[in-house]
Design a protein around this ligand. Structure first.
Ligand SMILES: Cc1cc2nc3c(=O)[nH]c(=O)nc-3n(C[C@H](O)[C@H](O)[C@H](O)COP(=O)(O)OP(=O)(O)OC[C@H]3O[C@@H](n4cnc5c(N)ncnc54)[C@H](O)[C@@H]3O)c2cc1C
Length: 415
């Protein structure tokens, strides 16, 4: 399939959660939208645990009923195990709010991303799969369209008033413009797969995300229960530690780390690995700009922090939503400047900075949630808020003073 027209109000590159959100809302505003997605869906993707903070965007997209009909396990909490095997109390999101939004989902991304891209199409965006954007076209510093290869092999140029880069870690625009900053303190790698029949808890804890630090605290695992008795399990550590200093293949390294994690090993005793280990690395970076003349970055195409708190999809949905509002405003005022299109950038950056501080805290060996909250029980609400994606709450701002007594927090990055 190739695009039906030569030019659109908006072209969105990439149909992950960020691109689908932006495309759906822009189409709903009445703009002509072309969404170009490289892959044929459904396709595998990692990043399966949602934060309750996604609720408002799902409401706006009209997806709550559909999500409620899925078999995605319900996630009520997050729990952390220390390297010595000591478990924190689960952080139940409902301790801060009894609204239904305090329960969220653990999603199989192939199903979830299909649901999201369908929403974009149903709201009127023209969605073309197997359309790989090779280049963003510029007239001076203003984006004017894209050049891509389509399923029939044809290379075609398509024009637009605004180009939204939602290409995930490809980050087409910021890499081309060389405005990407990597996080020297977060040069991480991850090895992951799914398991069938992993032991999970029951009742309200059945769908909990569990984070296990390994002995020695050089790595940590996630355990995310999924539908059909599957669980997503992955290990994360410094690239130097996990990949570069090791001789074995990904499976061997995964099992060497698992050997240092008794409570997770027990869950996997009778489990069966569902597919070969996958490896990804160097995924933490951020663009120095969220927008330029006639272009906007959303989701991972703007930046990604770290998998530890499952914030990626929340930030993808929020930035997709805010970008759609900013672009709609730009059409109303015929102002497609960087300032107008990127008006949401400082707010997005503020939320990322709060999460980034908590990421650095987790990677400080002296820090643990248990120790921190025993010393500062007044911070419990703030910790639950930030783990819920309620990142702009006053309670969240209040945790970083006390936290800085226990670990060195990073200097803030501003946009
Ligand atoms: C190891 C790991 C674990 C994670 N775990 C979690 C988690 O538990 N919870 C969570 O919320 N987040 C998690 N994340 C992050 C999460 O996966 C991402 O933040 C999220 O997918 C971002 O959505 P997006 O739409 O910006 O990008 P993506 O989901 O990457 O979507 C980008 C889309 O763009 C398409 N594309 C790319 N290049 C082109 C091109 N040239 N032309 C056309 N299309 C293109 C791709 O095919 C893709 O469909 C994790 C990340 C990692 C690395």
């Amino acid at each position: 399939m190739t695009p039906a027209a030569d030019s659109y109000d908006v072209i969105v590159i990439g149909g992950g959660p960020a691109g689908s959100t932006a495309a759906a809302l822009l189409a709903e505003f009445g703009h002509s939208v072309l969404l170009l997605e490289r892959d044929r869906f459904p396709r595998f993707r990692i990043g399966e645990s949602l934060m309750p903070g996604t609720y408002d965007t799902f409401t706006r997209l009209g997806l709550l009923d559909r999500l409620n009909e899925t078999a995605f396990p319900r996630k009520h909490s997050v729990q952390f195990y220390s390297g010595s095997g000591r478990a924190s109390k689960p952080f139940y999101f409902s301790d801060n709010s009894d609204h239904e939004s305090s329960v969220t989902w653990q999603v199989l991304r192939s199903d979830f991303d299909s649901l999201m891209i369908s929403a974009a199409s149903e709201k009127g965006a023209e969605v073309v799969h197997e359309a790989s954007v090779h280049d963003v076209l510029f007239d001076g510093d203003r984006a004017v369209g894209v050049r891509g290869r389509f399923a029939d092999g044809a290379i075609q140029e398509v024009r637009a008033t605004v180009v939204v880069d939602a290409s995930g870690q490809s980050a087409l625009i910021s890499r081309r413009l060389k405005i990407v900053s990597t996080e020297p303190g977060l040069r991480k790698a991850s090895i992951y797969t799914h398991f069938a029949r992993a032991r999970r808890d029951s009742g309200v804890d059945e769908g909990a995300t569990i984070i296990y630090q390994t002995e020695g605290k050089d790595s940590w695992f996630w355990f995310i229960p999924l539908q059909d008795d599957r669980a997503s399990v992955g290990v994360v550590g410094d690239i130097d530690y996990l990949i570069q200093s090791r001789e074995g293949d990904a499976t061997a390294i995964f099992h060497e780390e698992l050997a240092k994690c008794a409570p997770l090993r027990e869950r996997l005793d009778d489990a069966e690995q569902a597919f070969p280990m996958k490896v990804t690395k160097d995924f933490s970076y951020r663009s120095k700009q969220v927008a330029g003349p006639s272009w906007v970055l959303v989701g991972d195409a703007f930046g990604f922090l770290d998998p530890i708190y499952s914030s990626g999809i929340y930030l993808a949905l929020k930035s997709g939503e805010w970008a759609a509002d900013a672009i709609h405003g730009a059409f109303e005022t015929s102002d497609f400047s960087a300032d107008r299109l990127g008006a949401f950038g400082p707010k997005l950056n503020e939320g990322m900075e709060a999460l980034r501080k908590l990421v650095y805290a987790y990677y400080t060996k002296e820090f643990s949630f248990g120790r921190f909250l025993r010393k500062h029980p007044e911070c419990q609400q703030g910790i639950i808020d930030i783990l819920s994606g309620n990142v702009y709450a006053d309670s969240v701002r209040q945790i970083f003073g006390p936290m800085a007594e226990m670990c060195e927090l990073p200097e803030e990055i501003s946009l």
